[in-house]
Ligand binder design. Sequence first.
Ligand SMILES: [Zn+2]
Length: 208
Amino acid sequence: MDIKQIFKNNQEWVQEKLITDANYFKNLSEGQNPDILYIGCSDSRVTAEELMGVSPGEVFVHRNIANMIPNTDLSSMSVICYAVSHLKVNHIVVCGHYYCGGVKAAMQSQDLGILNPWLRNIRDVFRLHREELNGIRDEENRFKRLVELNVQEQCVNVIKTSEVQRAHRERGITVHGWVFDIHSGKLIDLKIDFSKILEHVMEIYRLE
Ligand SMILES: [Zn+2]
């Protein structure tokens, strides 16, 4: 990848946008009103906007290694707070992907330095679902299932925040768990039962 090429690409992109709409960037500069917060993996193969077919301005995006929402992570907590309480999004998507390097690393016994505390959150997901995961003989299928369960647990972490609990009560915000299948390019809706999880976690995690 030639860095100079990126600036050439950018010029071409600007021209393309202006041909179809002369006010494109003027309109973009006037503010954003996205309806969706997307939380995905930093993996270079899993681009947020492209795989959803959405344009700039439509989705507020947060990406980190293995699409995690640790409750002490100031970055993801700030993103949720801003998207929910200020931008007033009505949907939060946690999108994982099969063959996620972060999830893979958490399945192995290896000291990865500063990555250890981050990946430990995924090991916790494994521990929570140890029985089911250890029951899967095929290693690839176990890996894929951990990706799905990690998405599910991160959705639970989203629901634990006071902003989301308040927005659910006030305007019925919904949390969705998806997986991107790199093999087929398809987005899979894990059909996580938001209401049931909410009911279940609120017994312990209700904040207001
Ligand atoms: Zn990943």
